[in-house]
Design a protein around this ligand. Structure first.
Ligand code: FAD
Ligand code: UDP
Length: 373
């Protein structure tokens, strides 16, 4: 008999949730991670008393009450509501596209006036499409909100983020953003939203309480030995690496962060400011304290930490962040998936192993629904 029931490769939210639920079901688990810390991309580093989201800003949001109750049973979440602001050529606009944005863009003050303005703006795109479906992100954006908003708030940001022209990107990406005719700057439509009180590390620590862990432990450095420790494996790393890149490598977008600490309590007055013009090289600036400090708390902490985010194409050795789900990569992924489907003792799960854009809540939901647990 082997020493563990499960070897879990990767301590991100997929691996940590799996380990938590498997332990609860009486299974013996070992979770390993090649990084020098646990938590995957939700890991935070404490700097000047501020939880800095080292792998990009993370806001938990869901409409699934079971998932919300589950995470809150591990650590209570705060009331943070994501309301990013866009800076275009020095002028600020609220996001997502709502009555505040329309007022700032055109001076319209009623939903009816805003709808009329958008109809006028869309007219050109409606004519151009002649009844067919939008074939790319540019066509989709123009038919949704028209040219003014597309040019100021979408085109530059999207091309920086994806490193491709809006005419080469799939239409669905922009359909994620809400369009509202009310004065509501909440970026998400979900019923529940927040950030763990005390930071995401508390969530990971809570999930992994009593679970055996090893950091600085790369599965591929000791594959045979590690695999021999457990009956079965949960693998949350890159699926192409698991198969030695035998069909070639999958593409990703990655983000690099330029982090600075300032001796002032409040740098930009908001957690997230997007820079939507093409000429500014970064996509957004995150001011981390605003995720967890509100009102006077912002000023009680005399310093602030900000990160500029630069989006680039992934190369070997970089952190893989966003799967590029275009036709070429989706086809390649299916070849790897066909191999994975034949494995009897390995479960492939999470953003990298399923090569899928997953938010945090759906990851947890997926693990909670796994019959194996
Ligand atoms: P990961 O967190 O990537 O964990 C995988 C782990 O496996 C890593 O720790 C890695 O080191 C480890 N690993 C890989 N290979 C090996 C190996 N060979 N040996 C050992 N360990 C290995 N979601 C939201 O809901 N809201 C947000 O605001 C949000 N913002 C995001 C911003 C950015 C920039 C990014 C990239 C993602 C964001 N997400 C957000 C998504 C969220 O990060 C993911 O849903 C979640 O982290 C995925 O968890 P995971 O366990 O699948 O992957
Ligand atoms: N987007 C944009 N302008 C913005 C914010 C977002 O054009 O100020 C577009 C961009 O193409 C992005 C998409 O909307 O990829 C979805 O936005 P979201 O915030 O969901 O992006 P994420 O970073 O989560 O992929």
């Amino acid at each position: 008999m082997r020493f563990y029931d499960w070897l879990i490769v990767g301590s991100g939210l997929f691996g940590a949730t799996f380990a938590h639920l498997a332990k609860k079901a009486g299974k013996r688990c070992l979770i390993i991670d090649k990084r020098p810390h646990l938590g995957g991309n939700v890991y935070c580093e404490s700097i000047e008393g501020i939880n800095v989201h080292k792998y990009g800003a993370h806001i938990f949001h869901t409409s699934n009450k079971e998932v919300w109750d589950f995470v809150n049973s591990i650590v209570p979440f705060n009331r943070y509501t994501n309301c990013p602001v866009a800076n275009y050529k020095g002028k600020l606009y609220n996001l997502p596209f709502n009555m505040n944005t329309f007022y700032q863009m055109w001076g319209v003050t009623t939903p009816e006036a805003a709808k009329a303005k958008i109809e006028e703006q869309r007219a050109e795109a409606v004519m151009a499409l002649q009844g067919r479906e939008p074939a790319n992100l540019e066509e989709q954006a123009l038919i949704l909100v028209g040219r003014d908003i597309y040019e100021a708030l979408i085109k530059g940001y999207t091309e920086k983020q994806w490193g491709r022209s809006c005419t080469e990107l799939p239409a669905f990406i922009i359909r994620r953003l809400p369009l509202r005719f009310v004065f509501d700057n909440n970026y998400f439509n979900d019923a529940y939203q927040g950030v763990p009180i005390g930071g995401y590390n508390k969530l990971i620590e809570g999930l992994l309480k009593g679970v055996e862990t090893r950091i600085n432990c790369d599965f591929f450095a000791n594959r045979a030995e590690l695999s021999a420790l457990a009956e079965k494996i949960v693998y949350t790393g890159q699926i192409d690496e698991y198969y030695d890149l035998c069909f070639g490598h999958l593409d990703y977008r990655t983000v690099s962060f330029e982090q600075k600490t300032f001796d002032i309590p409040n740098y930009q007055g908001n957690a997230v400011v997007n820079y939507t013009e093409r000429e500014i090289p970064y996509t957004r600036i995150i001011e981390h304290k605003h995720f967890e400090m509100f009102g006077q708390e912002v000023y009680d902490c005399p310093k602030t930490v900000v990160s500029r985010e630069y989006s680039t194409e992934w190369q070997h050795g970089m952190e893989p962040y966003y799967p590029v789900n275009d036709d070429k990569n989706n086809k390649l992924y299916l070849k790897y998936k066909a191999l994975a489907d034949k494995e009897e003792n390995v479960i492939f799960g999470g953003r990298l192993a399923e090569y899928k854009y997953y938010d945090m809540a759906p990851i947890i939901e997926r693990v909670m629904q796994m019959e194996i647990l």
